[in-house]
Design a protein. Structure first.
Length: 646
């Protein structure tokens, strides 16, 4: 053996000696309880998240109430918009078709939300409200069109009588097309009035008629969310007070829920979405129902009397807040009240006599300044008195530090809100550097709700780098579950052809869903939440960034498993020995189930064309007597589960 070989072998030897890192998990030292609702989702109607997204309605501007009644429609022949003797008083516009024997006939086409998605052999429930103006039956042909104007499905309806009635037919699609449209033609001469022209896939989530897109709800369901925050976000504030989200307008018969402008109809990089409105077809009743379906605690957010502070200075004088406070009190009644109460009765009439068991209520979204504090006070006075059982969430403003944050946190403490909503949209570097953020937080007073967060890579892509930094940061949420009690990534959904903001957790087009790496991080946390925090250390220190490694551990009392989460945010692999301290038993040869999210390329993303490029994979190792070894690849997030005897 020559001199060079000896040096080389010595180097290899010393590297492997130093390369292995020990993490120690104090298995018997069970710490803070992890709230069962800790990891959840935050839904906002941004990026066509509701209309054109989760809400399965396929017809845009179904009630002709947009600022221009024919937005979304192409009328042909003789058509006029009218509002005398309407079918629905809160959505009074309707159209009058007058067929006089024109060659093409009289009718309408609808382009949906950047097209209508049709699946071959799926059924679509088409309906409208109609009345004949004079006399005689009037026949309509309804056509599903593919993107090349080809007819891929056909139905017929005959309208009779002079009073408004609902007509329904089901049409099968003969082809799959993500960019189809609908055509409706009046075939009989004479005049007919039409309103609320609607079409849903028959197959919605749980088959409900005013239903939600099944594939999108399934993506939420798989996330196993513990809490469901809705309906925003800035939309609860509105660009103006008039256009704030008013939950009372979002309940009752769907046809008569008045249309509202969407706060996301413009602004981001000056892109303008004049066709972005809220039908409220998916309103508060549907939100509560969805929370229940998902097994998540509902967490509504309501206006505190400030319009979106990024857009306006409009505010309700503190003395005039009563209607806003009434909205809060009535919302609790809508969710939880008895059947003989005014709003409990509305809930029951909509189909849910049982209460929704609302426990949380957020007053205001991302507000800031004294204006917020002075408005929150009267809400608290009334709510604490009438509903001490409800946990109230206040805010710390739009950023996780700085003047607004430093002003609001002590105020929230002073006002004794139950949780403080923190928002952070920051770089991956910030997320990595802040994994220990909560280790030194004040343990007294309000708990933290990380209500909106996402790692913003410079490309703003939902790539692995961003996801890994979130996973690293979340080890700090988990370790501090005594103070951080709820966490929701934001925003949740984005339509690939109609987004205002990115990154977003789930992307979709009219037919397909893309689960991002960020989605999988959330899922891996929520499905492996555990019940109690366990101390995990390296050389007696928490693992929050040294050698780009991050880790945390929990115990799951339901399964008696130890769950260890490890993030390697560097490019290099790292061998880690996870030692189970204080365990008076050998775990030799016990199976350790391992889920891994990894790619060699940190910029890797999932797309409509390749939705499964980056998905978690499963493997296992066998434990040694005192723990197990994890060969942690670079750019990887691991969840390891091992059963132990208690
Ligand atoms: O999640 C997108 C927006 O970010 C929310 O509407 C708002 O609360 C925040 O500014």
């Amino acid at each position: 053996m020559n001199y060079k070989t000896v040096v080389f072998l010595l180097l290899c030897c010393s590297q492997s000696l130093f390369a292995q890192i020990n993490f120690e998990v104090d298995v018997l030292n069970k710490g803070a309880a992890i709230q069962p609702d800790m990891y959840g989702v935050f839904f906002e109607d941004i990026n066509f998240g509701a209309d054109g997204g989760l809400y399965a309605e396929l017809i845009k501007n179904r009630s002709f109430e947009f600022h221009q009644p024919f937005v979304g429609w192409l009328p042909f022949g003789n058509i006029a918009v009218k509002n005398e003797a309407p079918c629905f008083n809160r959505n009074p516009n309707y159209v009058r078709l007058n067929e006089t024997g024109l060659r093409r006939g009289t009718g309408l086409e609808n382009f949906g939300f950047r097209g209508i998605g049709f699946q071959k052999n799926d059924d679509y429930r088409f309906s409208f409200y109609a009345r004949v103006v004079n006399d005689g039956d009037k026949k309509f042909v309804v056509e599903l069109l593919g993107s090349k104007e080809n007819v891929i499905g056909k139905g017929e309806l005959t309208v009779s009588g002079n009073s408004w009635k609902k007509y329904t037919t089901t049409i099968k699609s003969g082809a799959t097309d993500a960019k189809g449209k609908l055509r409706l033609i009046l075939k009989t001469q004479g005049e007919v009035d039409l309103d609320h022209i609607s079409m849903f896939p028959v197959e919605t989530w749980k088959g409900r008629e005013n239903g939600l897109r099944k594939d999108l709800v399934e993506a939420l369901f798989e996330l196993n969310p513990g809490v469901f925050r809705f309906p925003g976000g800035c939309i609860i504030e509105g660009n103006t007070l008039e256009t704030r989200y008013q939950w009372k307008n979002s309940v009752g018969p769907v046809e008569n829920r008045p249309l509202n402008e969407n706060r996301w109809n413009y602004t981001f990089k000056h892109r303008f979405f004049p066709d972005y409105y809220q039908t409220y077809g998916m309103g508060f009743y549907e939100f509560f129902l969805l929370s229940e379906d998902l097994g998540a605690e509902p967490l509504p957010v309501i206006s505190c009397g400030l319009a979106c502070q990024y857009e306006s200075e409009e505010c309700v004088p503190v003395g005039d807040l009563k209607p806003y406070i009434d909205d809060a009190v009535d919302l609790i009644e809508f969710a939880n009240g008895p059947l003989d109460s005014e709003w409990g009765k509305v809930r029951a009439e909509m189909g849910h006599p049982e209460p929704f068991n609302l426990k949380y209520l957020a007053i205001g979204n991302e507000q800031w300044g004294e204006g917020y504090v002075e408005r929150l006070i009267p809400f608290l006075e009334v709510l604490r008195n009438k509903h001490p059982e409800i946990k109230i969430i206040g805010t710390s403003g739009p950023t996780p530090d700085g003047e607004k944050f430093d002003y609001l946190w002590p105020k929230m403490r002073e006002l004794e809100v139950d949780l403080v909503d923190e928002h952070y949209y920051r770089s991956p570097e910030w997320f990595l550097a802040n994994a220990a953020r909560y280790d030194s937080y004040d343990r007294s007073g309000p708990k933290v709700f990380a209500g909106e967060y996402a790692s913003h890579h410079k490309t703003r892509d939902n790539n692995l780098r961003a996801a890994i930094s979130e996973a690293a940061f979340m080890t700090g949420l988990e370790r501090n579950a005594d103070v951080v009690q709820l966490a929701t990534y934001a925003p949740l959904f984005a339509h690939v052809d109609a987004w205002q903001w990115k990154p977003d957790m789930i992307w979709f087009d009219n037919l397909n869903v893309v689960r991002t790496p960020n989605y999988y991080v959330q899922k891996m946390y929520a499905c492996n939440a555990g019940t109690n925090v366990l101390p995990l250390t390296r050389d007696n220190e928490i693992v929050a960034g040294k050698d780009s490694l991050f880790a945390s551990a929990v115990f799951d009392a339901n399964t008696t498993e130890l769950i260890v989460k490890v993030v390697n945010a560097s490019d290099k692999p790292q061998e880690i020995n996870i030692l189970l301290k204080q365990l008076n038993q050998s775990v030799a040869n016990t199976r350790v189930n391992i889920s891994r999210l990894h790619a060699n390329e940190p910029g890797a993303v999932n797309t409509i064309e390749a939705p499964n490029k980056l998905v978690p994979t499963s493997t296992y190792v066998l434990a040694h007597e005192k723990g197990f070894k994890l060969n942690a690849l670079g750019n990887a997030f691991y969840v390891c589960r091992i059963k132990i005897k208690e």
